[in-house]
Design a protein around this ligand. Structure first.
Ligand code: AMP
Ligand code: MG
Length: 406
């Protein structure tokens, strides 16, 4: 692979950066079949079409009496048969007759409405049906939910509990899903220590590996914890080359700015390709994208808040695309701000906010290194590039963290 560093001269908007990143990305992961709840959270590898309709047959939506809607109301009808769920009423309904049915029972021939038992009066084998019964009342018609042969789930969907229910209802036992993407995750920096060891002056504990690992796991990736790399180009080079042999994605944090101790840049440049991107985002800079031995590489910023924002906002779409999942921009919810601020326009800003009384309240510490703001926050207030001020009660765009961690 030739040695290249790309430095985009123009600043990219957040959306341009996402589009550019995803444009070339493709999922190369294999497909496997999994059974039942093992498919939860996995990414569907093929479209699913319904082998039969749902419901498969016309059936009762309530416990009650099946009738002909055209029969005169309020005159007694003879109950000619009875069928509980799982059974079939062995009768054909004549005029002036009723059939005792329960929720889910197939509708016998002749029944075109079901009346709730609470609305009926019974005496022995007779039932009095109130007036106002209309054809189709409390009937579930075959195929009204899902039609045989129609697509019910699209390849690239991450399977949720209700999707497992749908495939089960269609009798599908083994589900084709993508194998989990293998991600090698490194932190870089001589100042970093693993929690649990003593902390010399001048050092800090590694927070980013826990944040980014948690984000990747939440997205369904299989993460290999590769530990802390020193600020030494040869060490970074060797570790990335080794990891590229057995992973689908390489992720680091720190070491990608312009300081002379930022060796990740130099290392990736020496063994692969690196694009340092200037993105109009705050926090979230600097961000480096590239590849080592044809394995995609993501270099996140060192500051923890910047690393998490860069990952969730800029890199998540790429990670999803590589994992075989369709990416839809997350929903932005209009919400009232409880705070006011003025700012220099130019960058899209993701402020950490908390929901209080239905309004967005600013978390106290907004610096790119202030970890407490992330734990305090329910999500981001997403301020557009051109926004110069926010006043209390203004409607702002809210992006819940939970929507990004799935
Ligand atoms: P760098 O981009 O390597 O210069 O890092 C920028 C800032 O982020 C420095 O203050 C680093 O100490 C800090 N930092 C880098 N990596 C981590 C990490 N894994 N956990 C916590 N802080 C970090
Ligand atoms: Mg560093």
């Amino acid at each position: 692979m030739p040695t290249r560093v790309f430095r985009s001269s123009a600043y990219l908007s957040v959306n341009q950066a996402i589009e550019t990143m995803c444009a070339q990305a493709q999922c190369h992961l294999a497909t496997e079949k999994v059974i039942g709840t093992a498919a939860l959270g996995r990414i569907l590898a093929e479209d699913i079409t319904a082998p039969f309709s749902l419901p498969p047959y016309d059936n009762a939506a309530v416990d009650g009496y099946g009738v002909r809607s055209g029969d005169p109301a309020e005159s007694p009808r003879r109950v000619v048969c009875r069928a509980a769920a799982g059974a079939v009423a062995d009768c054909s309904l004549g005029h002036g007759e009723a059939v005792r049915l329960f929720t889910g029972t197939p509708l016998p021939h002749g029944v075109d409405a079901v009346v709730m038992q609470e609305e009926c009066q019974t005496e022995g084998d007779w039932v009095i049906i109130p007036s106002g019964v209309t054809r189709g009342d409390n009937c579930r018609i075959a195929g009204e939910d899902v039609r045989r042969g129609h697509k019910v789930l699209t390849a690239g969907t991450r399977l949720r509990p209700q999707d497992l229910g749908l495939t089960a209802a269609l009798g599908l036992r083994s589900i084709p899903v993508r194998v989990a993407m293998r991600v090698a995750l490194f932190s870089t920096g001589d100042e970093l220590r693993e929690p649990g060891v003593s902390l010399p002056t001048g050092c800090i504990y590694d927070a980013n590996r826990y944040i980014i690992s948690g984000c990747l796991i939440s997205l369904g990736c299989h993460v290999t914890n590769m530990g802390i790399l020193p600020d030494k180009e040869t060490a970074v080079t060797a570790a990335l080359q080794e990891a590229a042999l057995s992973h689908d994605l390489l992720v680091t944090s720190g070491g990608v700015s312009v300081g002379e101790e930022d060796h990740v840049r130099a290392a990736v440049t020496a063994i692969g390709a690196l694009h340092i991107w200037r993105v109009k985002i705050k926090p979230g800079k600097p961000i480096a994208i590239g590849s080592v031995a044809n394995v995609p590489f993501l270099g996140l910023p060192g500051n923890p808040v910047a690393a998490m924002v860069a990952f969730l906002i800029l890199c998540r779409p790429l990670v999803l695309t590589l994992a075989g999942r369709s990416f839809l921009p997350p929903a932005l919810y209009p919400i009232q701000a409880s705070f006011g601020l003025t700012r220099s326009p130019g960058r899209r800003e993701f402020l950490r906010v908390r929901l209080e009384d239905g309004r967005a309240t600013l978390c106290p510490m907004q610096g790119a290194a202030a970890l407490s703001s992330l734990s305090h926050a329910d999500g981001f207030a997403d301020l557009g590039e051109t926004v110069e001020r926010v006043q209390p009660d203004d409607l702002i765009r809210f992006l819940p963290l939970t929507d990004l961690l799935w």
